[in-house]
Design a protein around this ligand. Structure first.
Ligand code: NAD
Length: 368
């Protein structure tokens, strides 16, 4: 039987339902309705990266803005054709429930605000895309998952690399055995943090330092490249606490992950050096990516060295972000679970907590 409610989502305005010879409703071949997104937080990522991506999407469009800065919101709304009635602030955010144009809320706020806005969005009857890292603690992640489940709404985490062509091709080749039996994974991710007053360097807002923000790319890649879950972690932190940037959060944290197959992942996360690298070593060759997880310019070599530069097949979207946005929209339309649901964000945060504990207690932590 056709679920008319669900299929109804796909109806463009004015499209017709007819009845087939066997009595089942048939949808006329009209373009699918694009799902409407409200972007919460018009900062570097929400405004600078996500909003311009809707033009590359087939199933997603920008319909609303949530910002504490009404002047900025009005300017952005005018630029992107968002009606003024669909501009919200953090106080009247909950009234999004009365706006049927909004299907999905995309949370692009400092990490400490992810749980609150995800839960409020779910309670307003909206699906949620939440940026990485999912939240400041696994407890918050669990509350976010529970709220979306209770509301019957999808929750996806903004792990854009799962939609990035080089990462997808590297993962495919690793799993297809192109470098033989995988033995060792290595990744360094870092950038030079600047302003000591940034929320990223305030523990209450970020939940932690470089590991939460950039090292999480190495952690997540170790999991999606190996297709395994780590069984233990060992970590060591190196931070100059006299540096005004690192009074509250860590600079460098080195962590090793042990996987059930015997693969070891060795990762470095930094806020005091620029690096973006993923290397997989197998008994027959290597998969090397540098940069590996940037917005653009990522490179992939497969073989014994860097002589064989790979041009990957196109990813699912015109860009990694349109692939990511349209994936959630299609999951909503077809009632499927996203490939990077809240549970994926929770898994990373549980490991992040174990990494911090390992560094603090200076011992190997088994993951259960
Ligand atoms: P940002 O500081 O540039 O923007 C944060 C936004 O939140 C701003 O619009 C700010 O006004 C708003 N905000 C609301 N209340 C605030 C408060 N109390 N303090 C500070 N800001 C407040 O940060 P960003 O780089 O846009 O990061 C936002 C989220 O996006 C974070 O979760 C971050 O991890 C994530 N992010 C993801 C990627 C990626 O590649 N997936 C890249 C960058 C950032």
């Amino acid at each position: 039987m056709i679920d008319l409610n669900r299929r109804g989502l796909m109806l463009a305005a004015g499209s017709a339902i007819t009845v087939s010879a066997v009595g089942l409703p048939v949808l006329a071949a009209t373009p699918e309705r694009k799902l409407g997104y409200a972007i919460v937080g018009l900062g570097g990522y929400g405004l600078g990266i996500i909003i311009p991506q809707f033009k590359n999407c087939q199933h997603s469009k920008l319909v609303a803005l949530v910002s504490g800065d009404p002047v900025k919101a009005k300017r952005v709304a005018a630029e992107y054709g968002v009606p003024e009635r669909s501009i919200y602030n953090y106080d009247n955010f909950d009234s999004i429930k009365d706006n049927p144009d909004i299907d999905v809320v995309y949370v692009c706020l400092p990490v400490s605000m992810h749980a609150e806005y995800t839960i409020r969005a779910a309670q307003a009857g909206k699906h949620v895309m939440c940026e990485k890292p999912m939240a400041v603690s696994s407890k918050e992640c669990e509350a976010m998952i529970a709220a979306c489940k209770k509301a019957g709404k999808k929750l996806m985490i903004g792990y854009r690399c799962h939609f990035e062509a080089n990462n997808l091709e590297a993962r495919r080749r690793a799993r297809a055995g192109d470098i033989g039996k995988l033995r060792y994974f290595r990744s360094e991710h870092g950038f030079t943090a600047g302003n000591p007053n940034s929320w990223r360097l305030k523990k209450a807002m970020s939940g932690g330092g470089s590991l939460m923000d950039i090292g999480i790319y190495a952690l997540n890649a170790a999991r999606y490249m190996t297709a395994e879950e780590p069984i233990a972690v060992y970590a060591k932190e190196t931070t100059d606490r006299n540096d005004p940037r690192f009074r509250e959060v860590e600079d460098m944290i080195e962590f090793e992950l042990e996987f059930p197959s015997g693969v070891i992942a060795s990762c470095m996360s930094m806020y005091s050096a620029n690096q973006n690298h993923i290397l997989l070593m197998g008994d027959k060759g290597r998969i090397d990516m540098e940069p590996g997880t940037r917005y653009d310019g990522n490179k992939l070599w497969v073989g014994q060295d860097r002589s064989n530069l790979i041009t990957p097949p196109p990813g699912p979207g015109a860009t990694q972000w349109s692939g990511q946005l349209d994936h959630l929209s299609l999951c909503v339309i077809n009632n499927k679970e996203p490939i990077v649901p809240g549970e994926e964000g929770l898994r990373d945060i549980r490991i992040v907590e174990a990494i911090y504990r390992s560094a603090r207690e200076q011992k190997r932590i088994a993951l259960t």
